[in-house]
Design a protein around this ligand. Structure first.
Ligand SMILES: Nc1ncnc2c1ncn2[C@@H]1O[C@H](COP(=O)(O)OP(=O)(O)O)[C@@H](O)[C@H]1O
Ligand SMILES: [Mg+2]
Length: 252
């Protein structure tokens, strides 16, 4: 499975989900590659030292001759987990690819030769619906949509679903929505429960039963350069992301 984690809103839990879902799958013995497509490189920083990298996903997308294999690194201390790191240079890629005929296919082409080497490839995306996110959708078999349990939770979802439909129309007809995931959930509030109902109306059975609660531990773990499973294995976040991985495995 190649799974894009996408929502053009920032701060909805894309990166947190990418990091911890990747770690959960790897812990199950599934060989997992996390491709970081966000110029902010937060997923990359959580798992490796990014300052001494010569090449990153930017080079892979900028130069079609650079295979993604050349930038993939194992994550020290975590078996089965690999990362294709991002860098701030990726912020320039949209301008660079403008007018290139294959601009939406760069990622897909670059992972063609390695996709069978991994059980799961997860792609963390930036908070835009531009060329980078479309590259992720074109390269993927599935998409997971994190949705923050807040008042404007569903705002912007129409645009995302429209973009997914456009990608399906030509570039990637087999793309499927794997599910929508409620994040930053606070079960004590009426608002959270209300948002759950609303999102359920839009996504139906595609809404994951698992919800990710608001948790200080989840917020802290990237600063310690750890997934939630090594940082706070008994926390609600560890339990919930593990549960999400089980739910995903049962859906495919
Ligand atoms: N379940 C959660 N509980 C508490 N804080 C969270 C949770 N999920 C994400 N965060 C925090 O919210 C902020 C945005 O999350 P992030 O995963 O980076 O979102 P995105 O990648 O969509 O921009 C980060 O500071 C992150 O640590
Ligand atoms: Mg992010």
């Amino acid at each position: 499975m190649i799974l894009a984690i996408a929502n053009q809103k920032g701060g909805v839990g894309k990166t947190t989900t990418a990091i911890n879902l990747a770690a959960a799958l790897a812990a199950k013995g599934l060989k997992t590659l996390l491709v970081d497509l966000d110029p902010q490189a937060n997923s990359s920083m959580t798992f490796i030292e990014i300052h001494d990298l010569e090449r990153t996903v930017y080079d892979v997308m900028a130069e079609p001759d650079t295979g993604i294999k050349e930038v993939v690194r194992p994550v020290d201390g975590t078996e089965n987990l690999f990362i294709a790191p991002s860098s701030i240079a990726l912020a320039k890629i949209e301008a660079k690819l403008l007018g290139e005929l294959d601009s939406y296919y760069r990622l897909k082409d670059s992972i063609k030769n390695i996709r069978n080497k991994y059980d799961y490839i997860l792609i963390d995306t930036p908070p835009t619906l531009g060329i980078i996110t479309v590259n992720a959708l074109v390269a993927s078999t599935h998409v997971l949509i994190p949705i923050q349990s807040s008042y404007f939770a569903l705002e912007g979802t129409d645009d995302l679903l429209e973009t997914i439909d456009k990608v399906k129309l030509r570039a990637n007809p087999r793309l499927q929505i794997l599910g929508a995931l409620l994040t930053l959930y606070d079960k004590r509030t009426l608002l959270s429960r209300d948002v759950r109902k609303q999102v359920g109306k839009v996504f139906g059975k595609k809404l994951f039963d698992t919800v990710i609660s608001k948790s200080v531990r989840l917020e802290e773990s990237p600063a310690h350069r750890e997934s939630i499973f090594s940082f706070a294995p008994r926390s609600s976040g560890a339990f919930e992301y593990y549960k999400l991985s089980e739910e995903i495995l049962s859906r495919v």
